[in-house]
Design a protein around this ligand. Structure first.
Ligand code: CAO
Length: 581
């Protein structure tokens, strides 16, 4: 085993480039040609591969460091026979090391780029013509076959200039724009996103075109493999044989013929508008179906890393974020177009007075999407009723007096939970869920209660409420409500509810229409109890009346059943002994 210092290879005319991505860390086992770091100048970025297989022992560069040819990137304990015999061996093997495995120039397409070998090519990039149709073909893209078209930048009817980028192609390690070798009006595009292309493939037909490819040599220059030309500027990039895609050429041939500055060598660039990410990250994103242009890059200069793609995926999967496509499908995002509704009104509020825009909390975004779905998808009806809780409230108050020292305060909501369990047992469809054309009847009674928190509405769940007494339910509710306010509820605290109660009793109001918490089929809304004159057949009596609002899914429950449910609930609340029956 020998320690090998892996150096930055010849990177053309660039004096210093910045390390913008570390792709390995100490302890990693790397293969030969595996990308180690990504460096970037103001014109290009590229991945620097390892010349040696082995285990990374030491990182010699950090993010933001400036490096140049010969800078030591890291130290590898080389594996097997391929290991360099000494620490200096790595530095002395430039052809291997000096092969940036991927080069992505950032702007300035062909400018300053040189093509080093006017190798004749059968690619026939464009058929020169003063007018009439001109075929634009894929030039020599080195040893690469079947590269994918990831972006089409023009459309029929566009007036194309010489050197204007037509498409972007990408291999698994590099991407590049293919420019037009001729000017004219684009009559026909022969490729689309997702196609794979090879050297010589017909890309487009231009009309009225005047090809700028004046000579076979120049034409060949277009089609020539352009080793370090992708980042070098003049004639000095003959040290590191690479393909046009910036990858090491299989034949290891040196492109040391006279450099020919060409306006149309394929420039290896992430096209303008493409997200700032390495080809490997773009490939990773494509495999996951992640729209890279929606991912926020955390790397230097906003570069998107594999971690960013992973974090984005997690956020979407957990519902914390939406892709633009999802948002467009959601009625809220589409302004209802999915439902055939007219678009959501767009008003420039600032025209009418000062405004302030604030992002909604994460909870609000998530609950909002759920509420919208439930409101739209459930044919919900609400029945309002009143329950006489005069005696129950007196009992509650006396119980609290007796239990003052226990620290547990019994609330009306705890009684309501118990009363609802009794009603759910009597009317089991209220404790069910729809499953296609069938109903799932649950033989457990987990009751959710809506809790108002500074960040929005959450619904903690009292599990097995049928097996718990009012005191225990009160205690658990207190704990869950505190957790909710502190933002400490876990998924287990909020899952499994079979029925939900939303109590605004501590606040006020008379009746409201709560939205069912799918896949439940009913929800009970409760408002503030008030003393009211109730006719007992002989006289008006002052009774404490609790307003109830029961919303139910009409696919599962009929109006008569809902009325019976409310009436039964009212009976229990007016005489809680019935719970025992
Ligand atoms: N009628 C009259 N008074 C009531 C009442 C009712 N129906 N329900 C509760 N009260 C009283 C309580 O007795 C308490 O009074 P005291 O302090 O004098 O004892 C006071 O109102 C406050 O009660 P509370 O709200 O702290 O306790 P709770 O058990 O009733 O409710 C909780 C707990 C977590 C459900 C509640 O704090 C909450 O968040 N409610 C809002 C739920 C909500 O937002 N629903 C709407 C969902 S749809 O957007």
């Amino acid at each position: 085993m020998a320690l090998v210092e892996v150096q930055v290879p010849d990177i053309g005319d660039f004096d210093e480039v910045t390390v913008i991505e570390l792709m390995v860390k100490v302890g990693d086992t790397v293969k030969a040609e595996q990308s180690l770091i990504t460096v970037e100048s103001d014109k290009a970025s590229m991945e620097i591969p390892s010349s040696t297989a082995g285990v990374v022992k030491e990182m010699r560069v950090a993010l933001g460091d400036k490096v140049k040819q010969g800078s030591i990137v890291l130290v590898v304990e080389a594996a097997g026979a391929a290991a360099a015999p000494s620490a200096t061996a790595a530095a002395s093997t430039p052809p291997v090391m000096a092969s940036p495995s991927s080069v992505i120039a950032t702007a300035t397409p062909a400018s300053g780029l040189a093509v080093t070998e006017a190798r004749q090519s059968s690619a026939a990039p464009a058929t020169p013509a003063a007018s009439g149709p001109v075929q634009v073909r894929v030039p020599d893209i080195g040893d690469f076959k079947d590269v994918a078209v990831i972006e089409v930048m023009v459309k029929p009817g566009d007036t194309i200039k010489v050197e204007q980028s037509l498409i972007t192609v990408e291999s698994d390690k590099a991407s590049m724009e293919i420019p037009s070798s001729a000017a004219g009006v684009l009559k026909e595009l022969k490729v689309k996103v997702g196609d794979t292309v090879n050297i010589g493939d017909l890309l487009a037909i231009l009309e009225g075109a005047v090809s700028s490819v004046a000579s076979p040599v120049a034409a060949a220059a277009l089609a020539t493999a352009t080793p370090t030309a992708v980042i070098a500027s003049e004639a000095k990039q003959s040290q590191a044989p690479t393909s046009a895609l910036g990858l090491p050429r299989a034949d290891g041939a040196r492109n040391d013929a006279a450099s020919v500055a060409s306006a149309h060598n394929p420039t290896v660039t992430p096209s303008v508008g493409l997200p700032h990410a390495s080809p490997s990250v773009r490939k990773f994103a494509r495999e996951l179906g992640v729209p890279l242009d929606e991912v926020k890059g955390s790397g230097l200069k906003g570069r998107i890393t594999a971690d960013d793609v992973q974090a984005f995926t997690k956020a979407v999967m957990s519902g914390a974020a939406q892709t633009k496509a999802q948002a467009a499908k959601a009625p809220a995002g589409s302004g209802g177009s999915e439902l055939g509704l007219i678009p959501w009104p767009k008003v420039d509020f600032a025209k009418f007075g000062p405004i302030e825009r604030k992002e909604m909390s994460r909870i609000k975004k998530i609950s909002g999407a759920n509420l919208l779905r439930n409101a739209i998808m459930i044919p919900a009806v609400t029945n309002h009723d009143d329950a006489d809780i005069t005696d129950l409230e007196a009992f509650r108050v006396s119980t609290n007096k007796e239990n003052e020292k226990s620290g547990v305060k019994v609330t009306m909501l705890a009684f309501l939970i118990k009363a609802c369990v009794a009603a759910l047992k009597k009317f089991p469809e209220f404790n069910s869920s729809l499953d296609g054309d069938a109903l799932i009847y649950k033989h457990y009674y987990h009751i959710g209660f809506a809790a108002d928190t500074p960040n929005g509405l959450v619904v903690p769940v009292i599990k097995d409420a049928d097996k718990k007494g009012v005191l225990q339910i009160s205690q658990e509710m207190g704990e869950l409500a505190k957790k909710a306010r502190d933002g400490k509820l876990g998924p287990a605290d909020m899952s499994g509810a079979t029925f939900t109660i939303s109590s605004l009793g501590g606040i006020g109001g008379k009746y409201f229409t709560p939205i069912i918490n799918a896949p439940e089929v009913a929800i009970l809304g409760v408002c503030k109890s008030t003393m009211e004159p109730v006719w007992d057949g002989k006289a008006f009596q002052p009774r404490l009346m609790l307003p109830l609002s029961l919303t139910w899914d009409h696919r599962v429950i009929d109006g008569a059943a809902a009325a019976r449910f409310n009436a039964f609930l009212g009976q229990i609340l007016s005489d809680f002994r019935r719970v025992l029956l």
